[in-house]
Write a protein that binds this ligand. Structure first.
Ligand SMILES: [Zn+2]
Length: 263
């Protein structure tokens, strides 16, 4: 094992990640400088590279006190570190979930094994192979002159962080992303949109989504919400906005972009 090189250590135990109190939050250093024994990191998995240093995932059975930092939820990193570092942390969680949920073949029931040249689980008896699941979903900011459509979602209503945000939903089998944008907007708000423009994407590891962000313009219809998904939805003047999603989220990036385009 090369213990001389500085590495990023994504140490995960029971769904939480070990974070340092300052700096980039994710522990960085060479193995000799960190209170991690070789035995502890024997099963480390390389999951990428950040700022020219390798990134390793280490799974501990329980949140062991390693002498520095504290364990916290993955969401604690969101908006507090560089987007790329957050994405690698998300990859760590997604890979752990993948290995945990693909122990047995879905086709014949035999035990599966990790293959070592790509991230996949293989059933040798029947040749079935599985890759980490990535679930595409769309998220769309909608403009109407200098107003934007924001909704209070049911999932936010229950939390103590009641933010008003843009519309989103999962892509269905056999559907283009553009069609998904139109369908989700119509299902949730009953309005029609036009000028659908792709903006950017964001892996969303809760647990394995890939959010694809769009903006669109209002075309026609009156807002009528789907009460199974939304508590309320309305047009908000960009100079008088309610509580918005945190910086770092794709939702906020789309909202910020629409605000800047209205100026
Ligand atoms: Zn099989």
């Amino acid at each position: 094992m090369n213990t001389q090189k500085n590495c990023w250590w994504f140490i995960v135990a029971q769904g939480q990640i070990l974070l340092q109190p300052q700096g980039d939050l994710v522990p960085y250093g060479n193995l000799d400088d960190l209170p991690l024994t070789s035995a502890l990191v024997a099963n480390k998995i390389e999951i990428g590279e950040y700022q020219s240093s390798p990134c390793y995932l280490v799974e501990l059975k329980e949140p062991r006190d390693v002498g520095f930092g504290e364990y916290d939820d993955l969401r604690a990193l969101l908006g507090r570190v560089d987007d790329r570092l957050f994405d690698i942390a998300g990859r760590a969680f997604q890979l752990l979930l993948f290995y945990k949920t693909h122990q047995y073949c879905g086709q014949c029931g035999q035990k599966m094994q990790a293959i070592d040249w790509e991230v996949a689980m293989q059933c040798y008896p029947c040749k079935h192979r599985c890759y980490p699941r990535v679930s595409p979903c769309i998220i769309v900011g909608i403009r109407k002159e200098n107003k934007i459509l924001l909704a209070l979602h049911r999932r936010h209503q229950k939390s103590n962080n009641q933010v008003f945000t843009v519309l989103a939903g999962f892509t269905e089998a056999g559907e283009t992303l553009e069609h998904c944008v139109e369908r989700e907007v119509f299902e949730e708000s009953a309005i029609k949109i036009t000028n659908i423009q792709y903006v950017t994407s964001q892996p969303w590891p809760f647990p394995h989504s890939l959010m694809m962000g769009y903006t669109a313009d209002y075309l026609s219809g009156e807002i009528k919400i789907d009460p199974r998904e939304l508590v309320s939805a309305d047009w908000y003047d960009i100079n008088d906005l309610p509580k918005l999603p945190n910086e770092g989220t794709l939702a906020r990036k789309l909202i910020n972009r629409m605000i800047s385009q209205c100026d």
